[in-house]
Write a protein that binds this ligand. Structure first.
Ligand code: EPZ
Length: 415
């Protein structure tokens, strides 16, 4: 387990390149299994979760070739494999292979996924939906054994617009005769990106107001697709700047799907301008407290909650953050308090009384975004902080230490 060493207290200035979105790249890479052809995926982030997803594709007989940030996936010779716990335990998104395999191979054996421990994260919505589509699923010793020989299209009404469940259904529906309709579907930009990719490979996918319709076309085709910019990475660097002070340019950031995040920073007193190929961000002189509630898109994203909390620990007054998506996503608050923050947790609510400054400390990341929040907090305070648990952070951020150093921050990674 590596760690980051941060010498905070320096303002950030300059340009940071925003990479492709982790949460768009992962389902799109899974979907490469569908077309039994060549998939050229540009702007793919080089992060652990992507490398692990590519490992599963290779184990299943796909060839993977990297050219800078382009990954070429040839799935023409893909074959069925069982996907074991050794790799599914590393990331939640491995469950999306269940839909892709049930579609292409009419069967799947996928061990239950791991991923960030931010809540119970059950899979009932995935399982119920696939069963509605005729997939017979046996849940035995921490594994799902699926038989999709009798796959059929269906009209599915999700009890909750789960991102992963929506994506799983989209992948298996690509092989179901007729039209599958997902009601109360997730509409996150990353899920919409998957729909765009599916249309490219020949799956007729139409997204309406919380409804996604999927129809299999006669045959699939090759694809060339560019991953959308990562809105969470862009928001993370806004938080870094808000914590440290200064002004930065987020190159390639797309403001269109960052409305709630931009509104939050704007009302905190940041100055934000949109230019052709990115977003200009100036830190607030003093941070105005906020009341933030996470929710499904387009509400404030739960994946930005730890990072915005880091900023609010330094606000000039009391803020309230309500985490409505996951039941255990406040582990970072304990670590912030070790650094001198004043945060009280009451169930889904965090009450944050702003303090003048935080103090450098050795802290522990318990999950990906919590780890990013700790880096933000460390950047705000003079002196050396250590953030243990870099494995989590490397799952979702490509070379975060290089990006922050490029803005004048002092951070290094120690294996
Ligand atoms: C995706 O996770 C993202 N991961 C998460 O990002 C993100 O936080 C989440 O969507 C919400 O936006 C990827 O896209 C790889 P959900 P997912 O299914 O699909 C409950 C990050 O940091 N639920 O929409 O797992 C679940 O427990 C990660 O990049 C069920 O109850 O999220 C949660 O409370 C963290 N039953 C809520 O729904 C189910 O069958 C949202 O989960 C499925 C989900």
């Amino acid at each position: 387990m590596g760690r980051y060493i941060v010498y905070g207290g320096k303002k950030l200035f300059g340009t940071v390149d925003i990479h492709g979105s982790k949460n768009a790249a992962l389902p799109i890479l899974c979907a490469c299994i569908i077309n039994s052809g060549i998939n050229i995926i540009h702007n793919c982030p080089k992060i652990t979760d992507v490398f692990n997803t590519c490992k599963i594709l290779q184990m299943a007989g796909c060839t993977i070739k990297w050219e800078n940030s382009t990954v070429i996936v040839d799935s023409s010779k893909a074959k069925f494999i069982e996907i074991g716990e050794d790799i599914t335990s590393k990331m939640r998104s491995s469950i999306i292979f269940m839909g892709a395999f049930c579609g292409r191979f009419k069967k799947a054996v996928v061990s239950k996924p791991g991923g960030c421990k931010i809540g119970k994260r059950p899979l009932d919505i995935h399982i119920e939906a696939l069963k509605n589509m005729g997939v017979v699923i046996d849940e035995s010793n921490n594994c799902f054994v699926c038989d999709a020989k009798k796959l059929k299209s269906a009209e599915i009404n999700l009890r909750f617009p789960s991102v992963g469940a929506t994506e799983n259904i989209m992948l298996v529906a690509a092989f179901a005769d007729g039209k599958t309709v997902i009601k109360n579907a997730a509409v996150e930009p990353e899920t919409m990106a998957l729909a765009e990719f599916l249309n490219q490979i020949g799956v007729n996918t139409v997204c309406g107001d919380n409804v996604i319709t999927i129809c299999k076309k006669c045959d699939f085709c090759n694809a060339e697709y560019s991953i959308i910019p990562d809105r969470i990475e862009a928001g993370t660097f806004m938080a870094a700047c808000a914590c440290s002070g200064g002004e930065i340019f987020l190159k390639n950031a797309d403001a269109h799907n960052m409305g709630s995040v931009i509104d939050a920073f704007d009302s905190m007193g940041s100055k934000i301008e949109f230019c052709g190929n990115g977003i200009y961000f100036k830190a607030p002189d003093s941070i105005i407290p906020q009341n933030i509630k996470t929710g499904i898109y387009p509400n404030f994203p739960t994946d930005m909650q730890p990072q915005i909390m880091a900023v609010l620990t330094l606000a000039r007054g009391k803020s309230v953050v309500i985490e409505s998506m996951f039941e255990n996503r406040f582990n970072h608050a304990i670590e912030f308090n070790k650094m001198g923050a004043n945060i009280e947790i009451d169930g889904k609510m965090a009450i944050i009384k702003g303090v003048k400054e935080l103090y450098p400390k050795e802290t522990m990341a318990f999950d990906l975004r919590g780890g990013a929040g700790l880096i933000m907090a460390a950047l705000s305070c003079n002196g050396m902080s250590i953030i243990n648990g870099s494995t989590y952070i490397k799952r979702g951020y490509e070379n975060i230490e290089k990006s922050i150093s490029g803005l004048g921050g002092i951070i290094k990674y120690e294996n």
